[in-house]
Design a protein around this ligand. Structure first.
Ligand SMILES: [Zn+2]
Length: 206
């Protein structure tokens, strides 16, 4: 079984990926892990990626595809794979179809406004390392635990989050169309409890 998992940042995709991989005995492959692994092991591809990243550039599609192809050729992918974070665009999807076309594409659909509120409501305390949410503590400025000053992490500020979500939407829409035309997309309501999302996925894969 070869599965692609699509889901916005903050949609709970990572949690579902672990559960799906475990249930179906699939190797969970994320491009972030592949990058880190190749850089750590100083493979030829890893060296290439490191040079690109050191220059502050994004990894080009052909190098990313090569890394994924290399990873999918390993023994632990013989039973299939669960791909997370790849493909990101139509070029990558077309390449993947050449070497290991997916059977199903799970599309976790969540209310992006809800994600935005969940992320931007986070507050953290640098003094005691506590993390809180304004839904529970109110929009206060001081830490309920130690009285320190609460801050919003850079990754959690509204502009960053909005940008991240809108990039995701722009990237994903063409992919969903591409795989819909192939009859492979399974839409899952991601605004349910973790267990309900997972059982919807299992049911849909039967
Ligand atoms: Zn504190």
């Amino acid at each position: 079984m070869k599965i692609i998992l699509l889901g916005a940042p903050g949609s709970g995709k990572g949690t579902q990926a672990v559960k799906i991989a475990e249930k179906y005995g699939l190797t969970h492959i994320s491009t972030g892990d592949i990058f880190r692994e190749n850089i750590k092991n100083q493979t030829e591809l890893g060296k290439k990626v490191k040079a690109i990243m050191d220059e502050g550039r994004l990894c080009p599609d052909d190098v990313t595809c090569e890394l994924v192809k290399d990873r999918l050729s390993k023994n632990d992918c013989k039973n299939g794979y669960l791909l997370d974070g790849f493909p990101r665009n139509l070029f990558q999807a077309g390449e993947l179809d050449k070497f290991a076309a997916p059977d199903k594409v799970i599309n976790l659909i969540v209310d992006l406004g809800k994600i935005e509120r969940r992320i931007t409501g986070r507050r953290s305390c640098p003094k005691c390392n506590g993390s809180f949410h304004i839904d529970f503590i109110g929009d206060v400025k001081t830490c309920p635990t130690c009285g320190g000053e609460l801050v919003i992490r850079k990754d959690d500020n509204p502009e960053t989050v909005k940008e991240r979500l809108s990039v995701y939407e722009k990237q994903t829409a063409p992919l969903v169309d591409y795989y819909t035309a192939q009859g492979k997309v399974i839409d899952i309501d991601g605004d349910q409890s973790i267990d309900d999302v997972f059982s919807s996925i299992v049911k849909a894969l039967k």
